[in-house]
Write a protein that binds this ligand. Structure first.
Ligand SMILES: Nc1ncnc2c1ncn2[C@@H]1O[C@H](COP(=O)(O)OP(=O)(O)OP(=O)(O)O)[C@@H](O)[C@H]1O
Length: 261
């Protein structure tokens, strides 16, 4: 059974200055099963973040329905944890208090917050850094703090909007391996926005390839590759070639097709 269903969703943004509307998404339907890892892949401006924000409850469809666990999404909720491109940490709080932030908001005593935070600090590999401040950590480590903070609420769904976009290639690869491990250990369901083909193939059980504006789903790909994913394998490259073809503007021939045509 699907955990997330997106049914005939369109989103138009009014542009009062120009007296027109931007069609960000057009009739998008998609479903995500429990424990799946769905990557939303597409060019800049195709509506990936808009779709993610609607699952998070930060934004709402102009038409259609977004539902999580069978309930239409009307607002943000603790069943959905969000990880942004910038980890949005509180610089004056140490790592463990950033991770436990939501528990502070709920008024839990300090000892309980500290104990609950430790479990997730360990899970993201930050043991020993509990009392460091965000400014004392690298970008990748700060992003782990953001992930631990999202996991602590034990959400059914983790929504990630290009969380590794600002990281260097090596750190990004390390974070991919780490995130796959966390996804398996926490048995969560992840929706991950990216414009990186290799990133989506390194991570996803499924990839929804989107077309440029107005955003539509060109194809939902079931990624049948063993883990850890080997980006040099022939099958990985077959998927990559196929996705490149899907992302190419319609009517533009691929080098292979042009050679044969
Ligand atoms: N609040 C808004 N008001 C007006 N237009 C918006 C708003 N949010 C998004 N848009 C427009 O909707 C389209 C989709 O934007 P969105 O940010 O969802 O795309 P994206 O695929 O996530 O892009 P990127 O990869 O560059 O972040 C864009 O044309 C954008 O300008």
């Amino acid at each position: 059974m699907s955990l997330i269903t997106i049914q005939n969703v369109s989103r138009h943004f009014e542009d009062p200055r120009r007296g027109s509307a931007v069609k960000a998404l057009d009739d998008v339907s998609l479903s995500v099963g429990r424990n799946e890892f769905l990557c939303l892949l597409g060019p800049s401006g195709c509506g990936k973040s808009t779709l993610l924000n609607m699952i998070a409850g930060f934004d709402h469809p102009t038409r259609g329905v977004v539902a999580v666990g069978g309930r239409p999404v009307t607002a943000p909720g603790v069943d959905r944890g969000v990880v942004f491109q910038q980890p949005t940490l509180m610089p004056w709080l140490p790592v463990w208090e950033n991770v436990a932030f939501h528990l502070t908001m709920r008024g839990l005593p300090k000892a309980e917050r500290r104990k609950r935070a430790q479990h997730f600090i360990d899970m993201v590999g930050l043991r020993g850094f509990e009392n460091h401040f965000p400014s004392e950590l690298s970008g990748g480590m700060n992003q782990r703090v953001g992930i631990a903070r999202a996991l602590l609420m034990n959400p059914e769904v983790i929504l990630m909007d290009e969380p590794f976009g600002a990281l260097d290639e090596q750190t990004k690869m390390d974070m991919h391996a780490e995130l796959v491990r966390i996804w398996r250990d926490s048995q969560s369901t992840i929706v991950f926005v990216t414009h990186g083909i290799e990133e989506s193939l390194a991570l996803g059980t499924h990839i929804a390839v989107m077309s440029a504006r107005p955003g539509r789903i060109r194809e939902l790909i079931d990624v049948d590759l063993p883990r850890p994913r080997d980006s040099t394998s022939p099958r990985f490259n077959d998927y990559k070639r196929h996705i490149l073809q899907l992302l190419r503007p319609e009517g533009v021939a691929t080098p292979a097709a042009a050679a044969h045509g």
